[in-house]
Design a protein around this ligand. Structure first.
Ligand SMILES: Cc1ncc(COP(=O)(O)O)c(C=O)c1O
Length: 383
């Protein structure tokens, strides 16, 4: 049906109507007092959502822009960077570091697995000369649906003395992520994920340890320069012309998050992800991340049943039920489909999606007890 598509992909995610209506208003001048007062609220509420006392910068870019904003202000040619890779996005950190001339070493695991803290501890213990300057890691790895234990990993990194640089693109809002409490030195995220607004903005927060490394950076980024952004935050402005309308929408979305409470937003994502996982198991389908404790609350990766293809599942869900789920990426293309439970998602959306998935699987000839997924989903949602 026209105009009925529901996004169950891990970004862009659904946007509340009140946010869309705010974005649709005429742009306001980016140097006007009116916009400054919007920014003042936005900067304060971003600190609340990021659970930090440090400034949160806003970039007019996608999430990858914020990843560049992190490494392009920290890495000098020849620096040693350790990248913890559990999927495509972990690998993206390594590629960005390499683009700045860093010597990159990776600790890599198979799709669906997470970094074992003992492996990291051992590698960093071997670095007795403290040559590793930075460790990059992904919190919620969107390409697989696995989530690293960032709290433990960052405490190990802190013990060694390197900087921890964390991709929170699909974890901030969806999962507890506490940079000040956990010792995350640099954390980035993007707007089209848990923030309930369309793509186009990205965020970065850095602590004093990271600023000391920034000060040693020989060729910091121009557009993403931290010093320019810090000065702008202090003046309730931005260094360059920002995506004014998106920031107006972000103001509304952040107020909604604050009203719900960040802990409750995290808890809602967990409840949805765990209920969906129970439903998937009840439908005799396999999860790419088998252990609940390693699962992202933002995204669930599912293997197709024997004899049924991912394109058929995605096509039927879209054509017959107006629900869009994501394919796997790169080597996981057509091997998994991914369902997002990220951002502006309520119980009704999950019930509709699992119902539609059951209808799809029945049409495609999968053997399961019709209603088993919904029963498991609703039982878990109502716990
Ligand atoms: C974990 C993670 N990191 C980074 C990115 C890159 O963000 P963008 O596509 O907005 O540049 C994504 C996008 O899906 C992501 O999920």
């Amino acid at each position: 049906m026209k105009d009925k598509t529901f996004l169950m992909i891990p970004g862009p995610t659904p946007v509340p109507e009140s946010v869309m209506l705010d974005i649709a208003k005429h742009p306001i001048g980016h140097r006007s007092p009116e916009f400054s007062s919007v920014l003042k609220e936005v900067y304060a509420n971003l600190k609340y959502v990021f659970q930090t006392e440090n400034d949160v910068f806003i970039f007019t870019s996608s999430g990858t822009g914020a990843m560049c904003a992190a490494l392009e202000n920290l890495v000098n040619e020849g620096d040693k960077v350790l990248s913890l890779v559990i999927g495509n996005f972990g690998n993206r950190w390594a590629k960005i570091a390499e683009s700045r001339g860093a010597i990159v070493e990776k600790i890599e695991v198979s799709a669906g697995e997470v970094i074992n803290p003992e492996v990291l501890k051992k590698r960093l213990a071997e670095d007795t000369n403290k040559e590793i300057k930075l460790v990059t890691l992904t919190h919620s790895e969107t390409s697989t649906g696995a989530a690293n234990d960032v709290k433990t990993l960052c405490s190990i990194i802190r013990e060694h003395g390197a900087l921890s640089v964390v991709d929170g693109v699909t974890s901030v809002c969806a999962m507890p992520c506490k940079p000040d409490e956990w010792g995350i030195d640099v954390l980035v995220s993007g707007s089209q994920k848990g923030f309930m607004i369309p793509p186009g903005l990205a965020f970065l927060t850095a602590n004093e340890r990271a600023w000391k490394v920034y000060e040693q950076c020989k060729h910091p980024s121009f557009y993403f320069d931290w010093a320019a952004h810090r000065k702008a935050v202090q003046g309730d402005t931005t260094p360059y012309t920002p995506a004014v309308n998106l920031i107006v929408g972000l103001n509304t979305a952040l107020k909604m998050i604050k009203e719900e409470g960040i802990e409750n937003v995290n808890a809602r994502h967990k409840r949805h992800a765990m209920a969906l996982r129970a439903a998937i198991r009840a439908l005799n389908l396999q999860l790419l991340v088998p252990q609940d404790e390693n699962a992202s609350y933002a995204i669930t990766s599912i293997l197709p049943p024997d004899g049924i293809t991912i394109p058929d599942i995605r096509k039927t869900l879209k054509k017959d039920y107006d629900i869009e789920v994501a394919n796997g990426q790169n080597q996981l293309k057509d091997k998994i489909f991914r369902m997002g439970t990220l951002g502006f998602v309520c119980d009704r959306d999950l019930i509709a999606s699992v119902g539609a998935l059951e209808a799809t699987l029945q049409k495609l000839g999968h053997k399961f007890t019709l209603g088993a997924g919904l029963q498991a989903l609703i039982t878990n949602l109502n716990k």
